[in-house]
Ligand binder design. Structure first.
Ligand code: GLC
Ligand code: CA
Length: 562
């Protein structure tokens, strides 16, 4: 019998739930930075394949690969010169395919980048455009103007390097539009042929079996004069068309919007469940650091209150750090001043509107703070996204340019080049971190594997614990309002799973009285040690939490009387 969706392509051997991304734990990495198999100083797909054991053992369920396409690499690969191939330094399309197959065999999903707001100026489309006559179909792939005055209400994003969103092209004898670096001309989505080409790219990778696509810089697809050229209706039309093209042909795929916007402007990227499956929760991230720095739960509770509900089939992507600067674009001026003061003592730590440091250095290498922030990441509503190396508390190198300080080689062991590559150290794509505190001799996977109390083992345990419950990825969130504001207390609920999370944002021990009167009779059981706590009564529930401590309590129904 013919089935309506007979043409729908699932990943080979797939038994995936279409909402798999809600229960996922995503691990973000750049193939160049992970493992070098042929000792040319640059990580590659065969190297990554050899490290799949590690990722599986860590317990993450989805690998997000930063751009690995042919590129002049002036923006770490976000300047794409060919969408349907692999940068020769990282391997071949066949190598990618082998990696994808190997990941799927282990039940790991793979998300890649779809960078469609712009290309590299080396992309053949741009080379054809600048050489073609004005008004020709080739020229029309990009956004041109005779003046640099159009769209003057659009802000500049890379404030440290760019003075204008227009650059003069001497070949075309016209200005071209770019929201990012001047070597990244924006594609023109008013031209339907551009979307057609983008859909070809999308199908190329989805046909291969890729599970997810991160839509890079997606608010800026379309520009209109007199607007800030962000989040325009026309942009949403384009994304919806992409989603439709996916749903028509593929099952179990996911698109994740990189829309660094306030919550009200991010909400439309979910549409009515017919646009993006996921979007990063950008505004939450700096508020977590603020709450910690100020020892006050208010910034978190405030931003969660401003977070709109999203459709059932959608999910927030949560993160503490990523490959970019810790962006402060979506906070107020006062909040930004506070963040710079508290988290970037040295001006070298700043770039554009943000702070270019890794998680562990931001937290002064304080193990309790790292555990606390990860406990929030793992227990807030959404899917946690880990940045490679943060699971071992890797450091950064603020003396490298751009955002390269947080993109150094993965530290596997105390061997030469941190076990990342056996090449001459001078040949590495980036120096490894070498100082006595953060260097690979002291912080590396091998050492932490052998240490039962390492951060790596703690992360692995927390990931395993989280995966036992669906409530963290799927449940509702309700904050309690204890008078001690240094304590953040919240209830997560999904079907018959009920969890109380209590976090101490301060450096000191804290007492707290929780009003749990609507949960009388429930028995809290601490989830890491499976320790039963006193049964909840009408009285307020007293807890004492150590410095930067956190407690997850599963609330179990009262035992049925015999
Ligand atoms: C996104 C990427 C960033 C890149 C920019 C321009 O924001 O995360 O790394 O530089 O897009 O492509
Ligand atoms: Ca290599």
């Amino acid at each position: 019998m013919a089935v309506a969706n007979a043409g729908i392509r699932k990943q080979p051997g797939s038994v995936l739930d279409p909402l798999w991304f809600k229960d996922a734990i995503i691990y973000e990495l750049h193939v160049k930075a992970f493992a070098d198999s042929n000792n040319d100083g640059i990580g590659d797909f065969p190297g990554l394949m050899q490290r799949l054991d590690y990722l599986q053992d860590l317990g993450v369920t989805c690998i997000w690969l930063l751009p690995f396409f042919p590129s002049p690499l002036r923006d770490d690969g976000y300047d794409i010169a060919d969408y349907m191939s692999v940068h020769p330094s990282y391997g071949t399309v066949e190598d990618f395919r082998a990696f994808l197959e190997a990941a799927h065999k282990r039940g790991l999903q793979v998300m890649i980048e779809l960078v469609i707001n712009h290309t590299s100026d080396q992309h053949p489309w741009f080379q054809a455009a600048r050489n073609a006559a004005p008004g020709s179909p080739e020229r029309d792939f990009y956004v041109w103007s005779d003046t640099d005055h159009l769209y003057s209400d659009a802000r500049i994003i890379f404030t440290d390097t760019e003075k204008s969103n227009w650059s003069w092209d001497p070949v075309a004898k016209a200005y071209y539009w770019h929201r990012f670096f001047s070597h990244q001309p924006d594609l023109n989505f008013d031209n339907p042929r551009v979307l057609e080409e983008v859909l070809k790219v999308l199908r190329f990778w989805l046909d291969m079996g890729v599970d997810g696509l991160r839509l890079d810089a997606v608010p800026y697809l379309v520009e209109r004069d007199g607007t800030n050229c962000e989040n325009l209706d026309e942009t949403h039309v384009v994304i919806k068309a992409m989603r439709q093209a996916i749903d028509e042909r593929y099952a179990n795929r996911m698109i994740l919007a990189e829309a660094n916007q306030v919550p009200a402007d991010v909400r439309p990227y979910f549409g009515d469940g017919d646009e993006c499956h996921m979007a990063f929760h950008f505004p939450l991230m700096p508020r977590i650091y603020m709450a910690l720095g100020q020892e006050d739960s208010t910034p978190i509770i405030d931003i969660m209150a401003k977070t709109p509900d999203i459709p059932e089939n959608c999910q927030w992507g949560l993160f503490l750090r990523n490959h970019d600067e810790l962006t402060l674009e979506m906070v107020t001026g006062d909040e930004r001043d506070y963040m710079y003061l508290a988290y970037s003592g040295d001006p070298r730590m700043r770039i554009n509107v943000g702070i270019r440091r890794r998680l562990a250095p931001l937290l002064d290498n304080n193990r309790r703070r790292m555990e606390l922030l990860n406990s929030l990441l793992f227990s807030f509503p959404g899917t946690p996204i880990l940045y490679y190396g943060d699971e071992i508390g890797m450091g950064d190198n603020i003396y490298l340019g751009d955002r390269n300080g947080v993109r150094t080689p993965m530290q596997w062991s105390g061997d030469r080049n941190a076990g990342f590559s056996r090449c001459n150290p001078a040949k590495l794509y980036s120096p490894v971190i070498m100082d006595p505190l953060w260097g690979y001799q002291s912080i590396n996977v091998e050492a932490q594997m052998g240490d039962p109390s390492s951060l790596l083992n703690w992360m692995r345990n927390m990931i395993a614990l989280r995966k036992l419950f669906q409530v963290f990825g799927r449940g509702t969130l309700r904050f309690l309002s204890p008078s001690n504001r240094k304590i953040l207390a919240y209830i997560r609920e999904y079907k018959d799973e009920l969890v109380l999370c209590v976090a101490n944002l301060s450096r000191d021990w804290q007492p707290v009285q929780l009003d749990l009167s609507d949960l009388v009779g429930m028995m809290p059981v601490e989830m890491i040690g499976y320790v039963p706590f006193p049964v909840i009564t009408e009285e307020s529930y007293p807890l004492t939490v150590g410095p930067y401590g956190f407690i997850w309590l599963e609330l179990q129904p009262p035992p049925v009387a015999a």
